[in-house]
Design a protein around this ligand. Sequence first.
Ligand code: NAP
Length: 382
Amino acid sequence: MGRSRKLTPHRWKRLPEPVGRPVGLHSEALWLLCCLLSFIKMKKVVLVTGANSGIGLALCERLLSRDSEDLRLCLACRSVTRAGAARSALLASHPSAQVDLLPMDTSSVSSVLDAAREVKLRYGRLDHLYLNAGIMPNPQFDAKAFFKGLFSSEAITMFATGGGILTQKDEVTADGLQNIFATNLFGHFLLVRELEPVLCQPGRTSRLVWTSSSNAHRSAFNLEDIQHQKGTQPYSSSKYASDLLSLALNAHYNKQGLYSSVICPGFVMTNLTYGILPTFPAFLWTLLMPVFWLIRIFTNTFTLTPQNGAEALFWLFRQKPESLDPYAKYHSLTSGFGISYTQPRKMDIDLETAESLYEKLLQLERDVRGKFEGEAKLGSTS
Ligand SMILES: NC(=O)c1ccc[n+]([C@@H]2O[C@H](COP(=O)([O-])OP(=O)(O)OC[C@H]3O[C@@H](n4cnc5c(N)ncnc54)[C@H](OP(=O)(O)O)[C@@H]3O)[C@@H](O)[C@H]2O)c1
């Protein structure tokens, strides 16, 4: 009966029925394999870094709530235990969903290379890559900058973004890179470069989405110190660099069907935010919530919940990449009534600086790869 049916794309999606179904045991097996492959192929593959908590996990939940049938979701996380718990939570509300785990520490070059190899073997395609993992370790509160900002026209911006009042003490990774730069930016850059064969495929568009921040300031970034070894705002620098990098990636990869966008989730209560005041007891944060809701009436950037914060990430999933502005940052916003929406805002970036950063990142990639190959050779001769 399947043979006489006309297969519209819609029907084909749901029903991998035989078209001129062959006879004979081998052909039958081959046909079944083809059906299975085409079925697997049709699922969109979405990879989210830092998917085990906060905004990343909320995005996964929202994606599965929209369409768990046509999606293959991959949670790329540094902790297998935390990733496993996140997977169980997602499957509890979406039992038929396909949710895979991928161990990846974005601050480690070898971990990123291993993870990328695994993605290429496992999927062969990648439709959406959410570059979301991020850290703001050892934040220090700059009281002087706070009181100065309090009486300036930038007071609300300061509250909403933490800009200027939060400094961080950075560390150096085992690869010799600055930790915040490696985690938030370089590991993701390397991942994109490694995944080029699955992201850039003829006849298909793929997407990169960076979780940036309003705390991405040109003043914190220096082309002569892209890892921010000398300054006190490595987080802001890494986020500004991701804004620039997204622009450069668009310039280099759009013709190959790969598009990049950046978002800001707003001010969201997550592990990252709680880490700003680690000694602040949890119940005080809870007591502060009504105050934050009040502030939201005046500033819609107080999205507060991870679900609201993931709004722009989720919104972008549904847009045609060609229709997006590479110079815009897509902001998750929440109104005083708790209604979430997405709004594009122009970024303070330019193509010349973006290209210079891109060249520097390519050079760093060559250096890092060279070091790795050198070490591997040394290992094989010793
Ligand atoms: N919360 C906000 O108000 C806010 C505002 C602007 C931008 N953002 C950005 O939003 C993104 C998500 O943060 P969040 O607020 O949802 O905080 P979160 O709950 O702490 O989530 C951060 C995620 O990144 C992961 N991660 C950290 N370092 C990693 C590494 N080396 N390798 C792999 N994964 C790593 C974390 O894994 P572990 O659980 O293992 O630590 C976690 O899953 C970050 O890029 C952050 O900069 C947040």
